[in-house]
Ligand binder design. Structure first.
Ligand SMILES: [Zn+2]
Length: 407
C-alpha cells in the first residue's frame, strides 16, 4: 500500500546580487508585518479585551500599505506578507492551546530570515523556480540557482516554496511537494528517555549518543561566543566574530539534523508504537547552559521529525504526561523512590533489581504509554493526584496523555 504525503525538500541556492537584495527586502517586510500584526493583536486584547483574527489582520495589512511611512511594503510580493499573518495566527492558536508561549516579536538580528510563497507567487517549470517580483513579467525572471543535492521525486510539483537565509549567511529554498510513501507494518514498541549525557536512551537498553564531533564543536562554539562577547559593539571585528559563531552553530545544527533524521527513520521503521515524554515545559524554561540549550533544541527537532514520520507511516506516537515520574519508579516491581538526584546514574531497588537510570526511565515511559493506549487513552491527568505516589497500576489512566497532541 502507498500513501501520498506532503514533504519538504530543502536545498541551498546561490542568489544573484539582485535576487539577494530583493529577498532581503522581502524578509524585512515579512518581519515588519508580523510585528505590526502582533502589536495590533496584543493591544486589542490588553486594552479592549478584543480578539483580532487572521482576517482582521489581513484588512489591517491593506490599510498599512496605504500609510505613507509603510509604502515600502508594496515593493515586495504580497504573498509572503499574507503568509506571515497566517504564521502569526498559528502561533496564537498554539498559545491558546497551551502548546507555546505568547508569540514574540521578530528581531532583526536574532529571528530567522524567511519568506513563504504559495503557488500564486512562484513559477515552477521544468525544474526551474522563479519567484514573484523578481522581474515583470515572471517569465523574464532569472530562475534560482539551486544546488540539487538530492533529486525531487519524479513529477513532483511544489505547492509552497520557502526561502530563508541562516545566520551564517547561507541561502536555502524549501519545496513542499507531494511524495509517495510505502506503507509497511512493524511490530516493535519502544520508550524513549531524553537526557543530557546521552542524547536519548531507548527502553531496549540502547543509548543514542550525540553526533560525532559534537563535543568538540560545542567547545569551539563556547570559545567563539566568548570571543564575540569581548568585541566592541558595532565594530567590524564584532561582525566577523558573530559570523564565526553562526558558522559553528550551523555546523552543529546540520550534523544534528542529519543524525536525527536517520535515527527517527529507523525508529519508525522498526516500531509500531513509540512512547516519548512531553518535555514542552522544560524547553520553555530559560537555561543558560549551552549543553542544555543544544539538547533541548535536539529534543524539539527529534519530536517534530518523529511526529511527521509516525503520521506518514501510520505509527502510534504516544506522548506521556510531563508529570510522570519516569526516573523514580522501578520498572521491575513498580515501587517508587522519593528522591532521585540527577547525579545518580544507577541504583538498586528494594526488590533487588539494579537499574541504569536512563534505561529504567525509558522502560517506565514505554509501560506507561502502552497502558494508556490499552485504556483508550486521551485522559487528561488530574494534576493533584499525579504526584501522590499511588501505585502505578492504580493511577495509570489518570497520569498520562495519549495520542499526538500537536496538530
Ligand atoms: Zn523494584
Amino acid at each position: 500500500m502507498t500513501r501520498i504525503v506532503k514533504r519538504a525538500f530543502k536545498y541551498r541556492f546561490h542568489p544573484t546580487d539582485a535576487q539577494a537584495a530583493e529577498l532581503s527586502r522581502t524578509f524585512g517586510c515579512v518581519r515588519k508585518v508580523y510585528n505590526l500584526a502582533l502589536q495590533a493583536r496584543t493591544e486589542a486584547w490588553t486594552l479592549r479585551q478584543e480578539r483580532v483574527n487572521y482576517n482582521a489582520t489581513s484588512a489591517l495589512l491593506t490599510r498599512w500599505k496605504k500609510t505613507e511611512d509603510l509604502t515600502f511594503l508594496n515593493d515586495v510580493s504580497s504573498v509572503p506578507l499574507q503568509q506571515a499573518l497566517r504564521h502569526l495566527q498559528v502561533a496564537f492558536t498554539n498559545f491558546f492551546a497551551k502548546r507555546a508561549k505568547y508569540p514574540a516579536f521578530k528581531s532583526k538580528k536574532r529571528s530567522r530570515r524567511s519568506a513563504e510563497y504559495s503557488s500564486s507567487a512562484f513559477r515552477w517549470r521544468d525544474g526551474r523556480l522563479t519567484l514573484a517580483k523578481m522581474a515583470e513579467p515572471l517569465d523574464m525572471a532569472e530562475p534560482l540557482d539551486i544546488v540539487w543535492s538530492r533529486p525531487l521525486p519524479d513529477g513532483a510539483t511544489p505547492s509552497t516554496v520557502t526561502v530563508s537565509q541562516d545566520a551564517a549567511g547561507r541561502w536555502f529554498v524549501s519545496l513542499l511537494c507531494d511524495d509517495v510513501i510505502e506503507q509497511t507494518q512493524a511490530t516493535g514498541a519502544v520508550g524513549i528517555d531524553a537526557g543530557l549525557e546521552h542524547l536519548l536512551t531507548l527502553s531496549t537498553g540502547e543509548k543514542i549518543t550525540n553526533p560525532r564531533h559534537e563535543r568538540a564543536d560545542r567547545e569551539r562554539l563556547a570559545k567563539a561566543q566568548r570571543n564575540l562577547a569581548k568585541k566592541a559593539k558595532d565594530s567590524k571585528n564584532r561582525e566577523k566574530a558573530r559570523l564565526k559563531v553562526a558558522r559553528v552553530h550551523a555546523r552543529i545544527t546540520d550534523r544534528r539534523h542529519d543524525h536525527l533524521h536517520k535515527l527517527t527513520t529507523r525508529l519508525v521503521r522498526e516500531n509500531q508504537t513509540i512512547v516519548i515524554e512531553d518535555l514542552t515545559v522544560r524547553t520553555m524554561v530559560t537555561n543558560h547552559s549551552l549543553a542544555r540549550a543544544i539538547s533541548d533544541a535536539a529534543w524539539r527537532q527529534f519530536r517534530t521529525l518523529l511526529e511527521y514520520k509516525a503520521g506518514w507511516h501510520g505509527r502510534n506516537l504516544v506522548v506521556v504526561d510531563r508529570w510522570f515520574p519516569s526516573s523514580k519508579l522501578c520498572s521491575a516491581c513498580g515501587a517508587r523512590t522519593e528522591r532521585m538526584p540527577l547525579n545518580v546514574r544507577s541504583w538498586t531497588c528494594r526488590c533487588g533489581t539494579t537499574h541504569d537510570r536512563d534505561v529504567n526511565a525509558a522502560r517506565n515511559i514505554l509501560a506507561e504509554g502502552l497502558s494508556v493506549t490499552a485504556c483508550g487513552g486521551g485522559v487528561r491527568p488530574q494534576r493533584a493526584n499525579v504526584r501522590t505516589g499511588l501505585s502505578p497500576a492504580k493511577q495509570e489512566t489518570q497520569r498520562a496523555t495519549a495520542g499526538i497532541p500537536r496538530r
